[in-house]
Design a protein around this ligand. Sequence first.
Ligand code: FE2
Length: 387
Amino acid sequence: MSKKEIKSVDYGLEKIFEGAQDFLPLLGTDYIEFYVGNAKQAAHFYKTAFGFQSHAYRGLETGSKDSVSYVLTQDKIKLVLTTPLNSTSPINDHIVKHGDGVKVIALWVEDARKAYEETTSRGAKSYMEPTVMSDEQGEVVRAGIYTYGETVHLFVERKNYKGTFLPGFQKWESAYNPPSAGLKYIDHMVGNVGWNQMDIWVKWYEDVMGFENFLSFDDKQIHTEYSALMSKVMSNGNGRIKFPINEPAKAAKRSQIEEYLDFYEGAGVQHIAVATDDIIKTVSQLKANGVEFLSTPPAAYYKSVPGRLQEFSHELGEDIEKLMALGIMIDADEEGYLLQIFTKPIEDRPTLFFEVIQRMGARGFGAGNFKALFESIEREQAKRGTL
Ligand code: FE2
């Protein structure tokens, strides 16, 4: 991305946050729920590999006969892993079609009924009408709407609840408690949608959710020798929720977005970016735990980093040799820089992956790294025979 473009982006942010519509105030991400084939094993993976902590549980022992859910936390991040307990559960259909993947992006709100009314009256398709769950610790109100593919947003109102996670869950006491990896909160979550669908979903987030499009990248900016994609970043008014939306673009070979759509069999969540404030420590730990990351960019990439930072008069606070040894990438804009790295897909289907990000002032998404990143993904696609 050129310096000039970043200026307009920076300027745009202030404008947008002033003008953002507040009919849907969002306090933050509440939780992310995955539908998976074997939640017990997935929970072990997220604890062992990513440093998540046991938090809450619902299953046969708590009276849940159809499905089992494990809730894991790390600082502000909450993941829910859900598996059906019989063949009649509709959750099976999701898993058969998509493999393991994100079903629910739950958003924390003050008033779930109002959030549901505001969004459905603006054209959102209902997933779940406002529903009250209660136990002796109080009550939680949830309501839901569909977004792209079979993915849903649930609005969660928990101001009258003091219990662990949600009514129906019990505290998950485990003797196995690996240390945290320093992951703090969800920075952004990216959705992949089909050909010519990006602008439709951009408009949907604007009209239905009151979000603003504050950054756009076209296929001239995001391409390599072989493949291309387009991306637009949507943000809510207070900037806590950021959803970039990607669609594939025509190029000589198959875009990674197309590969995702083929294997996920439709639109869905492509990656979850989690923030840390010490990426060297976090990534060292994740690697030691067996998390697999995309290959390190070539040495020439790291030679160009000081120049990129100088262009914006930023000084790198980290040891560049350490960043290179771990394969962590660096991008800069006028406000600061960011450090980021991407895992390989975390399922056998090449679909969902994670990003670890440390922001040192920059509010972008690593556009300066797109080329190096995509070349790395293409090397993996070539191995899979899907490029
Ligand atoms: Fe990202």
